[in-house]
Design a protein around this ligand. Sequence first.
Ligand SMILES: C[S@@+](CC[C@H](N)C(=O)[O-])C[C@H]1O[C@@H](n2cnc3c(N)ncnc32)[C@H](O)[C@@H]1O
Length: 313
Amino acid sequence: MLRLSLIRRHLSDCFRPGDLVLLEDKGQKRMTTLVQSSAARERLEIGVHLSSNDFVSFSTIVGLEPGSFARSKRGKLIFLQRPSLEEYVLHMARGPTPMYPKDAAACLTMMDVGNGHRVLECGTGSGALTLFLSRLVGPAGCVFSFEEREDHLARAMKNVDRWIDLQNRLHSGSWKRNVTFYSHSPSESNRSHMDRLDSAVLDLQEPSFVLRTIIPWLKVGSPVVVYLPNITQVVQMWNTVLKEGLAVRKMRTVEVMHRLWSVDVARRHNREVVSSDLDSQPAYIARPSHHQQPHTGFLLLMRTSNKAHAKTE
Ligand SMILES: C[S@@+](CC[C@H](N)C(=O)[O-])C[C@H]1O[C@@H](n2cnc3c(N)ncnc32)[C@H](O)[C@@H]1O
């Protein structure tokens, strides 16, 4: 009996039609769904293309455990895994650029998002940050997400639904749909049900107008994070806060830097591994990678206050 349940558990961990899989070939990643509808059954035999003349068939992947290797038609070994949320948002369909995961991580920390919180997001965009927020606030929390462009909102809702559906298939429906979407700006919203929010994030080109609107919707002392790509916009933003005496206190402005490193076994020109003189273990070349992430944006943290921002602060 125990053996049977172990086998069942093992089988449910394996890739099934309908699952999302991330294939990695020498650092290059591709995300795809193992299609399952009868119309697409033919594709199940075709699989995912690695190049014009190589592919991995979906039927090779179905039944394997995440963390396994599959062999492509031309004999390459391809690493298979389930995408993390970070990988999902980097590979999902996008319109506007999603907030990059390094910035999203810092943003969530600055917002101090926790279980059961009610948070506001303006600029749903592609829905990347929405998913991180939804996961953190959990079933008792709520995300109010505003997007004024219907095409962006439709795409974002699909991205959010797809991820939640997949997680619920894998973990027996534990991810509650806790995001309420609005197809307009907060300034056009009826605020009656939006009182006493725990935090807010604004990721849009001109946040000052929205900031003015949402300050009274938040508990006094709540964090508000604004994400802006250019330092000139940052200066303009703080200027608006001062000039209009908005009821927030300026906390800090942050740029998140990630430095990628290459840590690789040293090889000669003929690909032979170089051994270290001391213990005959492979020698390593460890140095900052040639491919660094470019600048993404600045995060401005403020807290709502019971008095207007003083010009001297
Ligand atoms: C850079 S994207 C946001 C990306 C998003 N944070 C993500 O992680 O996918 C900015 C979005 O804000 C939307 N937007 C701009 N002004 C707005 C407003 N006043 N109210 C609601 N949405 C707005 C734009 O249409 C765009 O989709």
